[in-house]
Structures are given as structure tokens and as C-alpha cells.
Design a protein around this ligand. Structure first.
Ligand SMILES: [Ca+2]
Ligand SMILES: [Ca+2]
Ligand SMILES: [Ca+2]
Length: 147
């Protein structure tokens, strides 16, 4: 069972993906460990605790320049949840392939406070700053491409 921002309840089989953007304030986003759908989770300003579930989660501790642009966020979600490999989805988002809004050091902005990010199972992608605490698996990707 899944509940949206308006309090509506969905059956899990009817949910393809989940996008959560909580903006300012110290927020907690927790996706159930058993929920196997891809998610796109943005903490925004404030000390946020973001926990992914069993699916592939894209976790951002700070802000993006797209946070007030629902169309851009939906395009990012679609690129992240596309039926392509983990590394292809990430490359497409890093490079802006096919017109998707790019995720790079100019569009994802750290909010300089301590966020906690945890991905859980699945293949997750993390964007965090130096102050943030990140719990990720060694083969998972972090932020921009390695220099
Ligand atoms: Ca926040
Ligand atoms: Ca934050
Ligand atoms: Ca996960």
C-alpha cells in the first residue's frame, strides 16, 4: 500500500515509481524496505534523513535547480526509471542525453548541512556533500563522475 502527498492510497502493483521532494526543513523520507519500485528522493534545504527501499533509488541530500519545475523533475524520474542498465541511466542523466535535465555539479547543489542518506537494497545513486553521512554499497555510484 502506498500513500501520495494528498493522502490517497494505492496498491503497490499500481505504482511504477515514487518521487518525493520535501524542500526546506529537517525532513525524514523513508521508503519501506520491502517496496520494490524505483524512487527519486530530494531532501532540499535542512538536515534530512533519506532512506531508500528495495528498488533503485536516486537520493539527493541537497537541492537541484529543477526543484520548482515539475516537468523537469518528471523527465529526470523517467530517465532514472527507464528500462536501461544502471550505468546507462546514470550516464544519460549526467550528460543530459536525449534532452533530459542534466544532473551535474552545476545543477545539484549541496545544502552544507548534515544529511543522512541510505539506499537499502537495489542499485541506488547518491548525491551528497562532504558533511553528509552516506550509507552505500561499494559498487554504487556517487554524484558526478569520478575525476
Ligand atoms: Ca529538507
Ligand atoms: Ca538537505
Ligand atoms: Ca534502494
Amino acid at each position: 500500500m502506498t500513500v501520495d502527498s494528498l493522502g490517497r492510497v494505492f496498491l503497490q502493483e499500481d505504482v511504477d515509481s515514487i518521487t518525493v521532494n520535501v524542500y526546506g526543513g529537517n525532513d525524514e523520507i523513508e521508503i519501506d524496505d520491502d517496496l520494490d519500485v524505483p524512487t527519486f528522493l530530494i531532501g532540499g534545504l535542512g538536515r534530512d534523513e533519506i532512506e531508500g527501499g528495495k528498488g533503485d533509488d536516486l537520493l539527493i541530500g541537497g537541492l537541484t535547480i529543477y526543484d520548482n519545475d515539475a516537468v523537469a523533475l518528471a523527465k529526470i524520474r523517467d530517465a532514472w526509471t527507464a528500462p536501461l542498465s544502471y550505468s546507462t541511466c546514470i550516464t544519460n542523466l549526467r550528460t543530459g542525453a536525449g534532452g533530459v535535465p542534466k544532473l551535474d555539479v552545476t545543477t545539484v547543489i549541496d545544502d552544507q548541512v548534515k544529511d543522512k542518506l541510505k539506499g537499502g537494497d537495489g542499485l541506488d545513486w547518491f548525491w551528497a556533500g562532504v558533511l553528509d553521512k552516506v550509507k552505500m554499497k561499494p559498487f554504487e555510484e556517487f554524484g558526478p563522475p569520478a575525476p
